[in-house]
Design a protein around this ligand. Sequence first.
Ligand code: HEM
Length: 353
Amino acid sequence: MIEPRDLATPAEGLALARLVTGEIRRIGRHALPDTVLDALAEIADQHRGRDPFLDAFLDAVLARHRDRFRNAGYLALPLLEEILRDTALTAERLSALLLADVVRHENRHPGAVDPALRRKRIRQAMRFVGTVERSPADDAPPPRTLAGDWLELTVLPVSTEHDEYFFIRALQAHELVFTTLTGLVRSATDAVRAGRHDEATALLRRASSVFERASLLFRLVATMRPAAFHAFRRFTEGASAIQSESYKRFELACGEPGPARLDSEAFAGVPAVRAEAGHHDNLARALADGPRSQVLDAAAADLEQAHQRWKTTHHGLAARMLGDATGSGYTAGVPYLAACRENRLMVVRDHAA
Ligand code: HEM
């Protein structure tokens, strides 16, 4: 066992994380013995503040042990954020690297799934990569830096199910897609306020095309075998995309959700974002305040439609995979998603005027 005093350099922190990741991929996170988790918790406590990658990694590994297992810990999101901070990568480019990694993973395990399904999975992942990379043939390897090395260690499955690997990557990419979308909508809002309608329209059109990437992720996840999904979701209780901060930030960047949504389970799992509600400008408000522009309104309506289609596809996928079961985020599951289809993004509320 590596002792805290051995972790003097970033390379040693990385070595420990590689060991732990290897073991997790061999037996599944849920099967890590308490003795190992206790030792890692001790290392985490003694080492904190010296290596942000290791801190974020251990926080993810120890999330369940510390009774804090949620979406961010399941998907190692703070570690991905650390990697984004340390590299010159954009959220968009990082999402392509994650999907390129899905292709590599499937190629490393050619016999794991039926060949036709594997081809379909690879094709969907490549399509996503192709929407970001100039050359889809590029297999988008991680950068050859310390942060690039950590990127390999951001898949920490709870189970030994082959399909969980690409599921984690798809959900991580989802976070990054919505980070990109929020940036585009905020820039469009600023452009509307400044009267630069052509620029705002172009940004919103780009947002609609980026949204198609979010839909591609559902097509990818549709290649998951339901039995595999049910096998690993036994261990993901408490972690749900309902806790996705980037999705809720996107919602607030677009408009002003009403009290029924803000005070519901939808925002209960994202208290930091809930606290931001009403404190920022948003696209719907900027459009309502400014002079009307048909072209701009049409671009905003297209984005709304893209989101509506996304919710419909999500609902269909969840109905197929989940049936009557409740969601891992403790909602009623499919009925919750069905009700969400009634919500709209581009809404302004009287009280916020
Ligand atoms: C097997 C596939 C999936 C199933 C069965 C599923 C099911 C669900 C359920 C039941 C919820 C409601 C919250 C809860 O109780 O957990 C939910 C929320 C959510 N899911 Fe999924 N999901 C799946 C895949 C995905 C994927 C691939 C993404 C993103 C690419 C995604 C994004 C979201 C988001 C953003 C929410 C929050 C919606 C809101 O806040 O209203 N889901 N999902």
